[in-house]
Design a protein around this ligand. Structure first.
Ligand code: SAH
Length: 290
């Protein structure tokens, strides 16, 4: 797969969305949002390339992570998402400002632009507008004390956000089938504001096939799936609590972000929220072959 097709995954697919500006690519250059300070087209690493051939400014950006410059950049990114109406909730804005995306994006990538980024193993960290949209859609189901399952947790960014929202009395579980990404996500979380929750046991990440969910701690108030399923996995539907909500991209080439609500009587309502482009929810072997 070309790096162009690859980088488009993890963002909205709708051409009418002004946010697509930040995901648009051409064969030779990429246009990032105004928040990016990277001044020139640069060669974006393909999935098979290592991340060391990067623009020096981008290396500096990583160096600045955690500093007051990083904080200013996160605030700018959140403001941008508010301006475009993606973030409406104070809680979502707060959690996205608290969990520093810069700690989750592999070194050499610009962390604070509204674009998905490769994380290796044919996977991406989703674009900030997708993270924000999913947090907004799930907010009511991420109240203190609730249980959240993040399937295809990748970098651990959203799992950390969920953990912050449900707090130490709640439970946030990430499921990722690439063990190296599980280790990467645990390292990332340990550097972030969610580290005490990982230590305290209300946040955990497990190497497993997320299509089977995580029955040990079911049922869940919120289930997020970060990879596109060809159909909604029955185990996930089963593990959703009555009154709970699942947000899941479904489809192959054309995918819809579906909002699945389980009513208190156990009946299910499903609606399409947006056209999106995610990496597939698949077997580990198929993903690594891609
Ligand atoms: N929300 C994550 C998205 C990562 S991309 C983030 O923003 O960091 C999707 C992830 O789903 C990848 O890490 C991929 O390895 C994982 N994945 C795909 N199929 C899976 C499966 N069957 N079980 C668990 N994880 C899976």
């Amino acid at each position: 797969m070309s790096s162009v097709a690859y980088i488009l995954r993890g963002c909205r697919a709708s051409p009418s969305s002004s946010l697509l500006l930040s995901c648009t690519t051409t064969n030779t250059s990429r246009s990032f949002s105004a928040l990016s300070f990277s001044p020139s087209p640069f060669s974006f690493p393909s999935s098979s390339e290592k991340l060391h051939k990067v623009h020096p400014f981008l290396r500096m950006e990583h160096f600045w992570t955690g500093s007051s410059i990083a904080k200013t950049k996160i605030k700018g990114l959140v403001e941008h998402l508010k301006e475009y109406g993606v973030i409406k909730s104070k809680n979502v804005a707060e959690v996205m400002e608290t969990i520093d995306r810069g700690l989750f994006v592999p070194e050499g990538n610009p962390a604070y632009v509204d674009s998905p980024m490769p994380i290796g193993y044919n996977a991406t960290i989703s674009a900030p507008h997708m993270h924000a949209s999913c947090l907004e859609l799930l907010e009511e189901h991420l109240q203190p004390g609730m249980r959240a399952l993040d399937v295809g947790s990748g970098t651990g960014y959203l799992t950390a956000c969920f953990a912050m929202m449900v707090g130490p009395q709640g439970r946030a579980i990430g499921i990722e089938h690439i063990p190296e990404l599980v280790a990467f996500s645990i390292d990332n979380i340990n550097k972030s504001a969610a580290a005490p929750l990982l230590k305290g046991g209300s946040l955990s990440v497990h190497a497993a096939d997320g299509r089977l969910g995580w029955p040990e701690l079911a049922p869940y108030d919120a289930i997020h799936v970060g990879a596109a399923a060809s159909e909604i996995p029955p185990a996930l539907l089963e593990q959703l609590k009555p009154g709970g909500r699942m947000v899941i991209p479904v489809g192959n080439i054309f995918q819809d972000l579906k909002v699945v609500d389980k009513n208190l009587d156990g009946s299910i309502n499903i609606r399409n929220e947006a056209s999106v482009r995610y990496v597939p929810l698949t077997s580990r072997a198929a993903q690594l072959r891609e």
